[in-house]
Design a protein. Structure first.
Lengths: 120, 108
């Protein structure tokens, strides 16, 4: 079974430039997550999708960050314009549908390799 | 707001020794995960703990969950160098809330 795929793996940009990250979740997983992991820290949730609907984006800095998940499969996370403090690893994860109708975000999450962003 | 605290944050130990990593969390949850992360790599799922008193073991690692105490432990038995990594606990609430991780170095 193929895992979560992310691209690019590395990105270096100058501040104020735009950047976009792409994620393809595990086939059949309806829940998709974007996390940001700062150096030496645990991942922090940015946004969670159930199919194509963003159900939790409370931690997404909406002034510069945006995300979409068209057709409920692949997702794109965008930053425009990037700031120095955005340097981090951006992780995408997916999880299957909840068992017995339970919330899918309770299920085990499978993580992609991440995109390491450096803003100069 | 759910808070997750791990300790220690950094641990250096010798091969063959035993040690325990602790994960405390602030609000009720009955599901907890342990992940491993190698440098420059993504997170690998180790254990899923689904109920109070749950205990799971894989090789030299054993994880347990006490939901009443809001505490999970990850115990390492007779450590080997290959277990050097950063270990995260993550607690299920509105999504997963991760601890800061325990950076484990096992020296020959």
């Amino acid at each position: 079974e193929a895992g979560v795929v992310q691209s690019p793996r590395y990105k270096i940009i100058e501040k104020k430039q735009p950047v976009a990250f792409w994620c393809n979740p595990i086939s059949g997983h309806n829940t998709l997550y974007w996390y940001r992991q700062n150096l030496g820290q645990g991942p922090e949730l940015l946004i969670r999708y159930e199919n194509e609907e963003a159900v939790d984006d409370s931690q997404l800095p909406k002034d510069r960050f945006s995300a979409e998940r068209l057709k409920g499969v692949d997702s794109t996370l965008k930053i425009q314009p990037a700031e120095l403090g955005d340097s981090a690893v951006y992780l995408c994860a997916s999880s299957p549908r909840g068992l017995a109708g339970g919330p899918s975000h309770y299920n085990e999450q499978f993580f992609g390799p991440g995109t390491r962003l450096t803003v100069l | 707001e759910l808070k997750v605290e791990q300790n220690p944050l950094f641990l250096s130990m010798q091969e063959g020794k035993n040690y325990t990593i602790y994960c405390n969390y602030s609000t009720t949850s009955d599901r907890l995960y342990w992940y491993r992360q190698d440098p420059g790599k993504s997170l690998e799922s180790l254990f899923v703990l689904l109920s109070n008193g749950a205990v799971k073991q894989e090789g030299r690692l054993m994880a347990s969950l006490d939901t009443k105490a809001r505490l999970s432990t990850l115990h390492i038995t007779a450590a080997v160098h290959d277990l050097s990594a950063t270990y995260f606990c993550a607690v299920a609430g509105d999504g997963l809330t991760f601890g800061k991780g325990t950076h484990l170095i096992i020296q020959p």
